[in-house]
Design a protein around this ligand. Sequence first.
Ligand code: F6R
Length: 608
Amino acid sequence: MCGVIGYVGGKQAAPLMLDALEKLEYRGYDSSGIAVCGASGIQLAKRKGRLSVLRACTHDGADLPGCTGIGHTRWATHGEPSDVNAHPHLSRSGKVALVHNGIIENYAELREFLAERGYTFISDTDTEIAVQLIDYFYRGDPVHAVRETVNMLVGAFSLSIIFADYPDRMIAVRKDSPLVIGVGENENFIASDIPALLTHTRDIIRLGEYEMAVIDAHNIVVFDRFGEKVKKEIQHVTWDAGAAEKGGYPHFMLKEIMEEPEAIRNTVHPRIHTGDIELEIQHIPEAAFKTLDRIFIVACGSAYHVGVVGKGYIEKFARVPVTVELASEFRYNDPIITTRTLTVIISQSGETIDTLLALREAKARGSHILSIVNVVGSSIANESEDVLYTWAGPEIAVATTKAYSTQLTMLYLLALKLGALRGNVSPSEMETYIKVLEDLPAKIDGLLGERELLQRLAAKYFSSKDIFFIGRNLDYALALEGSLKLKEISYIHSEAYAAGELKHGTISLIEPGTLAVALCTYAPLLDKMVSNIREVKARGATVIALCQAGAQDVAAVADHVIEVPAGDWLVMPSLSIVPLQLFAYYMALAKGCDIDKPRNLAKSVTVE
Ligand code: F6R
């Protein structure tokens, strides 16, 4: 949440930062701003609205000359989106400017502390408190002032700061909020996320909890919370710059859907070795997997929906009870954990604060922690006992697609591996199930070539007010994701329901013309789904059914049929999600929505 950039070097900072912020706009886009340290002190420009507004009012950055600067795109937490609430914030003295990602929880108390010392405030933000506190402690030593301030802050924050007295220096500090330093040649960078850096450098340093970096064009000095110097490792990111560009597609979302076969191949292939699965688990002992009493899968949003499918996989293959919990609920639920519990954490960004805090809760209670993460070296990856990386590459569209699909295949691999370790999956079954997975990317390729039907359905139904997604078992788990995808980008109200549960209340919402998307790929319950379709049709619903190719019974009752290649029902979620993502995409396109940056949302949710 919130995009942050910082630059120090020999180039003009403002235009460079505006370009970098464009790559970060997916993190927040209700307002933006930049501050540059030039010959005449700190100059600031900030505007409500998209980055293009800031670009126009600064003449593409030309109005703010100087080679050191910080910039921000905001996702509002404290205070509505407005020019004055936008970051950077400037201190009373005009000597300090700061951008912030996260939430300062004790801001009311700190505001009082500062008010008693004569400070007044012009914005409604928690961030302004941080910059005035630095101003209060500043007596010519930036490091001291920032350290004193950070010691008083409660919450999650990453702060990037410039001082008028030190025009060739930036300071960065973080706790529970992502921040990376880009290492360049005679120039250095700060960013909340790697895509902002890729056109400049792929060498990065990740700051740890409470670490502070003092950065100029040639040096990066990092201190721990007690002021001791820390030697940091430079990591080389393998993502190339093109991976974070649209590459000719109208939207990142479509590009990322089209990348799914490749992303799945990259996730699956390195883990298959002569008919067996090898996972890079080094710290959790193999014996622990054999004696598990329970597995928690903890995640948010789409990653949580992956967990709901994953529960089906793990319980089938490994026969261990699985509880799937929303991360924001889990940590307050007093979870029952023993040393024989495994907690599987799922996160694309690896920075979702609810998920990170849930991880810490599970760890503190003695659980083993295995995470499935896309961003290498992210906070969740760092704090896990073991990490299984999904190799989806950078995901820029706010609505997740390829990361969801790779997480799904990762859970399938994990479930199979657990099943084999626990003696529930024989070597020959293993080979069969692996083959099913290996065939998947080619089948998805085929589905991606058949987008026309989905375009036609979207053209017909984009003005729907309510859409129901129904399914049973794995299809129900998938309905949750199909419905979320649709509502988050097209703003059409939608509900996902277990098809058998409709008659216990929700069916009263079905009226003539209501659109229902019936997921019918779960072969063992196909007959029951056909009956459920009949039930909603009898109340006037129009039904789009998604089924395996050749499912005549379904075709006979539905108004429209979307087919996926027939095969093992276990991998059906990985196939069915593709038309559901495309359906949401084309519905949003037909409505003229801002697909990659849906309203009110942001990628990587780093506030609780
Ligand atoms: C929906 C979506 C979100 C994320 C959720 C978790 O399309 O992208 O629901 O899945 O915010 O994010 P990560 O996976 O980064 O922890």
